[in-house]
Design a protein around this ligand. Structure first.
Ligand code: SF4
Ligand code: SF4
Length: 127
């Protein structure tokens, strides 16, 4: 069946079907521990969305790693979940750039099999 809504990005040899998110548990927000980097602009946007002071947002929801900030995680099933994951993303309209650009990360350009295990919305070119 032809799907008109596939998303592609130049330089990537796969496409993404956003419809897959409906039936996915949110694999990109749960699983092994990892960093969910937030930029200074993300911090401003999320704090405003939550209607809390930026400093309070940082101390409550972020961990500092070197000079960068990541969203905290919480235990979830046999692994971890992003602190804002609860039957989906609680800050979806202002989710960090890292989340917004998934699955088109340079990291996955040559690791499509690894990506396909995580995200059911990946369709390799030629499939
Ligand atoms: S892993 Fe893929 S299909 Fe699942 S929620 Fe994330 S982007 Fe959507
Ligand atoms: S901010 Fe939202 S989209 Fe990003 S990892 Fe957390 S729950 Fe998932």
């Amino acid at each position: 069946m032809k799907n008109e809504k596939l998303i592609s990005k130049e330089g990537f040899s796969y496409k993404f079907n956003p419809e897959a998110c409906k039936d996915c548990e949110g694999n990109c927000c749960i699983g092994e521990s990892g960093y969910i980097w937030v930029t200074p602009q993300d911090i401003k946007n999320i704090a405003a969305f939550l209607n809390i002071d930026e400093e309070l947002f940082k101390s409550t929801f972020l961990i500092k790693v070197g000079y960068k900030y990541s969203l905290k995680e919480k235990p979830y099933k046999n692994g971890y979940a992003c602190i804002f994951f609860e039957n989906g993303c609680k800050i979806y309209p202002v989710r960090p750039n890292q989340c917004r650009t998934f699955p088109f990360w340079d990291y996955y350009k040559d690791k499509i099999e690894e990506l396909k295990k995580e995200c059911p919305g990946i369709i390799e070119d030629g499939e």
